[in-house]
Design a protein around this ligand. Structure first.
Ligand code: 5GP
Length: 113
């Protein structure tokens, strides 16, 4: 079932898009948890890490390469950043279209809450 992120992909709702290609799109989180908070999503409707199949390998590899490039573009490479993929209930996943949170611009605590 499609989510609000499909509406972002289809330009049916506004989003502050920072990167896009044929495979993925990245946009600023509407409720940022750090000075830099971008969501990077595949255009393919993958529900979560829990539903990933071997055929998703190229898409997931692409996302990781783009996450690195976007973090560099955001000026986060030297100071540091965190990539987060919340998966299902215990991790607090709220949108069931796989997404990588790119978080940075402040000191992030560990362990996460
Ligand atoms: P999750 O909790 O599933 O890991 O992350 C979902 C994220 O999507 C949250 O950080 C939330 O703020 C963000 N989000 C939810 N709806 C929208 C939206 O309509 N636009 C944008 N830009 N972000 C959204």
């Amino acid at each position: 079932m499609s989510t609000i992120f499909t509406q972002v992909i289809n330009r049916e709702i506004p989003a502050d898009i920072v990167y896009e290609d044929d495979t993925c799109i990245a946009f600023k989180d509407i409720n940022p948890q750090a000075p830099a908070h971008v969501l990077l999503i595949p255009k393919k409707e993958i529900i979560s890490m829990a539903t990933v199949v071997p055929e998703d390998q190229a898409v997931l590899g692409h996302l990781m390469v783009k996450a690195s490039e976007i973090a560099t573009t955001l000026g986060l490479s030297e100071s540091g950043y965190r990539l987060v993929v919340n998966t299902n209930e215990d991790a607090g996943q709220s949108v069931f279209h796989l997404h990588i949170h790119i978080l940075g611009g402040r000191r992030l605590t560990w362990p996460p809450g």
